[in-house]
Design a protein around this ligand. Structure first.
Ligand SMILES: *[C@@H]1O[C@H](CO)[C@@H](O)[C@H](O)[C@H]1NC(C)=O
Ligand SMILES: *[C@@H]1O[C@H](CO)[C@@H](O)[C@H](O)[C@H]1NC(C)=O
Ligand SMILES: *[C@@H]1O[C@H](CO)[C@@H](O)[C@H](O)[C@H]1NC(C)=O
Ligand SMILES: *[C@@H]1O[C@H](CO)[C@@H](O)[C@H](O)[C@H]1NC(C)=O
Ligand SMILES: *[C@@H]1O[C@H](CO)[C@@H](O)[C@H](O)[C@H]1NC(C)=O
Length: 231
């Protein structure tokens, strides 16, 4: 990027210049944060069974709006990028005319809510991989941005069942462990409480007793004395 030289700690730059550079960087950071952004959402990965139909999500965002926004989807096939589809969105809310280059692909975003998602019908194992959603906005001096979505195609039962079984097993195991831990803790607490209560009672008895022997001594002697058991 053209900004990198500003951040470089050059010996020729004195503190004032560096401060200016930092401020410039911050301003630029704020500015670029508001520039065009393509997003595939928080979950950028999907595991799907072969033969199913999946949605590859993508939305764009731009604070100053779009005009003739160019976008495409690309599939990274073993290192070579293959265009899946492309189009130009004339204006916000306008349904674009999308050219599709790959079979079993359908454009479903229709540009409502800045949505340029596509649908992949009847996926095969060859469809697994990384899909890039790319956008470039002329209104923002051609600023471009992209986001990557990963599709993992799995064979039906194996993976899904294993993960489910593991999840259930660990959940049940965890619950049992938690329950046992709780019971142990509860018993221990009750035990300590009952001990404390015993001691308190004894202390009370001795302190209110006629002779004024030391509490500790009489307390330890009175240990064998039966006390009401607390449940
Ligand atoms: C998924 O792939 C397996 C193995 O290639 C195949 O036997 C199966 O029919 C496929 N399932 C679907 C729904 O296409
Ligand atoms: C993908 O790359 C691997 C290893 O680089 C190679 O063995 C394989 O043939 C390639 N597949 C295709 C479809 O080009
Ligand atoms: C997907 O598969 C179903 C059933 O095999 C078929 O009817 C449908 O036409 C296929 N869709 C596409 C887009 O290939
Ligand atoms: C995009 O549009 C499709 C089809 O209307 C919908 O299923 C999907 O949830 C939308 N995605 C977002 C992020 O709005
Ligand atoms: C994206 O923008 C950068 C400059 O911001 C430019 O160097 C690059 O070539 C652009 N990429 C594409 C694919 O247009």
């Amino acid at each position: 990027m053209e900004v990198q030289w500003v951040g470089v700690e050059s010996p020729r730059l004195g503190p004032p210049q560096r401060a200016v550079g930092v401020i410039f960087l911050i301003l630029l950071g704020v500015w670029s944060a508001q520039a065009l952004e393509m997003s595939v959402g928080k979950i950028n990965q999907l595991e799907a069974v072969n033969g199913s139909t999946v949605l590859l999500p993508c939305t764009y965002a731009s604070c100053i709006g779009i005009k003739n926004l160019y976008f495409n989807w690309q599939f990274n096939n073993n290192g070579t990028m293959q265009k899946v589809c492309e189009s130009v969105i004339k204006d916000e809310g306008v349904v674009p005319d999308v050219t599709i280059f790959r079979e079993r692909v359908e454009f479903i975003g229709m540009n409502n809510h800045n949505n340029v998602s596509i649908l992949l019908w009847n996926i095969t194992f060859e469809d697994g991989g990384k899909y890039t959603c790319y956008g470039s906005n002329p209104k923002e001096k051609g600023r471009n941005h992209s986001a990557i979505f990963t599709l993992i195609v799995v064979d039906e039962l194996r993976v899904v069942d294993n993960t489910l079984a593991t999840m259930i097993a660990s959940a049940v195991g965890g619950a049992i462990a938690l329950l046992m831990g709780f019971m142990l803790l509860k018993n221990f607490t009750l035990f300590v409480l009952s001990k404390l209560e015993e001691k308190n009672k004894e202390c009370l008895v001795t302190s209110s007793g006629i002779d004024n022997t030391e509490n500790g001594l009489s307390g330890s002697k009175a240990d064998s004395k039966p006390t009401p058991k607390k449940k």
